[in-house]
Write a protein that binds this ligand. Structure first.
Ligand code: HEC
Ligand SMILES: [Cu+2]
Length: 492
């Protein structure tokens, strides 16, 4: 048996080599190769168990080198948290491991990955994970669907080497991805990728906010703009400036640099380019095909590429999506700072660092928000004050499902706007926000049978958010009081 496996491996290796040398693939030979390659990977026996090193961008875990295939334990925690989109603008990100993109996973062909996905109890929504490196239904999505305060474990064998995207695939899928739920998993070939001096992790994503690019304050997700693919922000690593100034990635003259570049989308493809560099090698679409001497490589939404180059001269090299308004006006701009001695024979121009400063924020008109940062602490709030605080809570808490104007999403989240169900019974509505809701209900003639998770709000907050809901979108203007919430809580 052992002999059979290794002879298969040798045959397939020989074919791969032949194909590479001949560089004109005979189709039947090629598909035979692919089949044998995956048969081999499936038959690799794992020896021992290790915990995966997970890193947040722009860092990557240590190379696998020539370690044997193992059982690799991956523990990933989903966190929904407020973060900075750009100076003065925040956004509620949904994250795999607390960063956008999510934690980088590094494994090898033949590894058996035991994956545990935990959904933090403070989160509002159920989530799951679809890893493009998985051979199996939904890429793991069907086995990993998990509610807040729960965890799920599933395992898979890494059959194909390459750089793969993972993402959340919970409905509405586009919204989960748009909020930052994506990352990369690298499956190294047997023996590992060739050694380089510097490795970094970058991932592009497009974001859709209620306010225009640069509008201050907490910005909510805009479903309409997302459907229209009209992005306010196109960025690397989840925010404007994640790779500029002090956050720039670095290298020294003479070193080889490898970038693992992904594109989470949800919508836009990336024309990935480093100004002033030529990619010596590109692993096209993150797969086994290597192209050489490339200026710009296309990275599909839900796809990736590995680019490699040697840095020969010092300076600041600007990383962009060469759909260039995205770089200078929407945020898709990073920096690689290279230190070392100048080589005038290679490049002898006047060095001007910072010539490509992002135009972003400064060019934008900043609309004045007279209400920004006015925090009301008094407990005897007027109706107006309750509505205002309720609106903020709505944006942070309910909006993701029930949408900006309470319109809901067909077949998934019922409307709160002009909702006959809401307006019929205030105590029932309070109970739903206090305890969550499952089971079939009918709202404005449409049936819903889904899950609303329990919301972690104080009694005052529940009163405020429901007062806002009742006083918006043609609802019946009920003023919900804290004592009413307390009565429902205590079963009166
Ligand atoms: C995770 C998504 C989600 C979040 C977040 C959420 N809801 Fe819901 N909500 C639902 C779903 C799904 C239902 C229907 C449940 C069912 O089918 O039994 C629902 C039902 C309701 C209903 C009753 C039906 C109706 O349309 O009148 C009310 C009222 C309501 N939610 C209010 C809120 C408020 C207020 C918040 C924020 C504090 C909130 N929900 C947050 C998903 C959510
Ligand atoms: Cu999700």
């Amino acid at each position: 048996m052992k002999r059979l496996i290794s002879s298969l491996k040798i045959t397939s290796l020989a074919i791969v080599t032949a194909l590479t040398i001949a560089s004109c693939g005979n189709e039947t030979k090629e598909s035979a190769t692919n089949k044998k390659a995956s048969v081999n990977a499936a038959a690799i026996v794992v020896s021992g168990t290790i915990d995966a090193e997970l890193t947040s961008p722009p860092n990557v875990p240590k190379p696998v080198g020539n370690r044997p295939a193992k059982k690799l334990i991956v523990n990933m925690e989903i966190l929904e948290q407020e973060g900075t989109m750009t100076d003065g603008t925040t956004y509620i990100y949904w994250t795999f491991g607390g960063s956008v993109p999510g934690s980088f996973i590094r494994t090898r062909v033949g590894d058996e990955v035991e994956f545990t996905l935990s959904n933090h109890p403070d989160n509002k929504l159920p989530h799951n994970i679809d890893l493009h490196a998985v051979t199996g239904p939904g890429g793991g999505a069907t086995s990993s669907f998990v509610a807040p305060g729960h965890e799920k474990t599933f395992s898979f064998k890494c059959l194909n080497p390459g750089l793969y995207v993972y993402h959340c695939a919970t409905a509405p899928v586009g919204m989960h991805i748009a909020n930052g739920m994506y990352g990369l998993i690298l499956v190294e070939p047997e023996g590992g990728l060739p050694k380089v001096d510097k490795e970094y992790y970058l991932m592009q994503g497009d974001f859709y906010t209620k306010g225009a690019n640069g509008a201050p304050g907490l910005q909510a997700f805009d479903m309409k703009k997302a459907v229209a693919e009209n992005a306010d922000y196109v960025v690397f690593n989840g925010k404007v400036g994640s790779l500029t100034g002090d956050n720039a990635i670095t290298a020294n003259v003479g070193e080889t640099v490898r970038l693992y570049v992904g594109n989470g989308g949800p919508n836009l493809v990336s024309s990935f380019h480093v100004i002033g560099e030529i990619f010596d090698k590109v692993h096209v679409e993150g797969g086994s095909l290597i192209n050489e001497n490339v200026q710009t490589t296309l990275i599909p939404a839900g796809g990736a590429a590995i680019v490699e180059f040697k840095v020969d001269v010092p300076g600041t090299f600007i990383i962009v999506d060469h759909s260039i308004f995205r770089a200078f006006n929407k945020g898709a701009l990073g920096m690689l700072k290279v230190k070392g001695e100048n080589h005038v024979n290679l490049y002898s121009g006047v060095k001007q660092e910072g010539i490509y400063n992002p135009e972003g924020g400064t060019l934008q008109e900043m609309p004045d928000d007279p209400n920004a940062k006015k925090v009301v602490v008094n407990s005897n709030k007027t109706l107006e004050e309750k509505i205002k605080s309720g609106k903020d809570l709505y944006t942070k808490t309910c909006f993701a499902c029930h949408q900006a104007n309470g319109e809901g999403i067909a077949n998934a989240f019922p409307p709160l706007a002009k909702s006959d169900y809401l307006n019929a019974d205030v105590n029932r509505a309070i109970g739903i926000v206090l305890n969550g809701k499952t089971g079939e209900i009918t709202v404005n003639g449409e049936k819903y049978n889904s899950v609303m998770t329990k919301q972690t709000l104080t009694d005052v907050e529940i009163a405020d958010v429901l007062t806002y809901v009742y006083n918006s979108w043609d609802n019946n203007k009920t003023n919900v009081t804290t004592s009413q919430v307390q009565q429902v809580k205590n079963g009166h």
